[in-house]
Design a binder for this molecule. Structure first.
Ligand SMILES: Cc1ncc(COP(=O)(O)O)c(C=O)c1O
Length: 357
């Protein structure tokens, strides 16, 4: 079954919600002016370039990756699909909890999966995500930082495990969709170490950092020339929409990228402030996180998470329920980090709910 996501209520788009804490987009991303938007209108009536090369060149400069090692895709999910498609006959290891698309993509590709479910006490322990007995020749897919737990595995630790398991033919697909929200941003990324790990594919998404879920831009990066060739052969003609090109010309430069990353400092302050406020709540217990969302355990004996979800929704606030996240139980919710005004509105709603208990 197609998994549910943040931004959806019962399978439908949550557009009508006033405050959406269920999706984790950069609120400070550069926005498209009306004049720019109008000038892009003509792109709808002409074919886009047949390959993504131009966008790959621009993205390569921002990420400091050779453009030949990058493949741009229609969103991060397509990158994950393309990356996993390299390993059709292999067993796919799924450390869990994980992004709901991983098991779904493996199922779509007809791959056998092995689930490795971590207990909550292990979620914040970086090593716990890495030291399962992976079968020789299998593939591991995991997000760093993890979604939904927000755990960041230090790059050197992850790289050492990737190198170690290369000896038994294990391959890694590491999803860095949220890496730029972590303290240190790309210093935590495996992109800088690609050349040392031919058994690694990094998947990324521009959706979160740039706040463009509707544009659909993602990428794969690898130093494995044979895989890159296969992927380029496999990619369809016109892999990106016509709007992706003028968007990239306008925004995808090292200068704008650096300015966007410097805005992430706000997120670290907002997250700490939000968590501090929540520590006074009787209903929610926030868990540590390295990025722009975090889990909260719900005091189920006071109010079950499903009822809290409904009560917040009645007040125009949408949070991510976790009962349909693979490897999670229903006694958690996930909250996006948002600015001070939005957090104040959330806390008012939560306090009103608590007062009624
Ligand atoms: C961990 C993770 N990876 C990848 C994606 C996919 O992002 P995109 O919208 O670019 O397909 C998401 C989206 O929520 C995600 O949470």
């Amino acid at each position: 079954m197609r998994p549910g996501h943040g931004g959806e209520i019962d399978g439908r788009h949550s557009r009508q919600v006033e405050l959406d804490f269920s999706v984790n987009l950069n609120l400070l991303a550069p926005s498209v002016s009306d004049a720019l938007w109008l000038s892009w209108r003509k792109e709808l009536s002409v074919y886009p370039p047949p390959t993504a090369r131009e966008v790959e060149r621009r993205l390569g400069k921002c990420l400091e990756v050779e453009p030949q090692q990058l493949i741009c895709t229609n969103g991060g999910t397509e990158a994950l699909h393309l990356g996993l498609s390299l390993f059709r006959e292999r067993l796919v290891n799924l450390p869990m909890p994980c992004f709901a698309e991983y098991p779904f993509l493996a199922q779509q590709l007809g791959q056998e999966t092995q689930l490795h479910v971590l207990e909550p006490a292990q979620w914040q322990v970086p090593e716990a995500w890495l030291y399962f007995p992976f079968q020789p020749g299998s593939v591991v897919i995991l997000a760093n930082p993890n979604n939904p737990t927000g755990t960041l595995i230090p790059r050197e630790l992850l790289a050492a495990r990737i190198a170690e398991t290369a000896q038994i033919g294990v391959t890694w697909v590491v999803d860095e969709a949220f890496i730029e929200f972590t303290q240190g941003a790309l210093d935590n990324s495996l992109l800088r170490l690609l050349d040392e790990h031919p058994n690694l594919v990094v998947a990324g998404s521009l959706t979160k950092t740039w706040g463009i879920p509707g544009l659909r831009l993602g990428y794969l990066a690898s130093a494995n020339a044979a895989w890159l060739e296969t992927l380029r052969d496999r990619q369809l003609t016109w892999p990106l929409s016509g709007l992706a090109f003028p968007w990239a010309r306008e925004f995808l430069s090292p200068e704008t990228h650096a300015a966007t990353l410097s805005g992430m400092e706000h997120y670290h302050i907002w997250r700490a402030g939000f968590q501090q406020l929540l520590e006074q709540s009787r209903l929610l217990d926030p868990l540590p996180s390295s990025c722009n969302y975090f889990l909260c355990r719900v005091a189920q004996h006071l109010l079950p998470a499903t009822q809290l979800y409904a009560a917040l929704l009645e007040k125009g606030i949408h949070v991510r329920r976790c009962d349909n996240i693979p490897g999670m139980t229903g006694d958690y919710i996930r909250l996006a980090v948002r600015d001070l005004a939005d957090v104040a509105a959330f806390m008012t709603a939560l306090n009103q709910i608590e007062e009624r208990l």
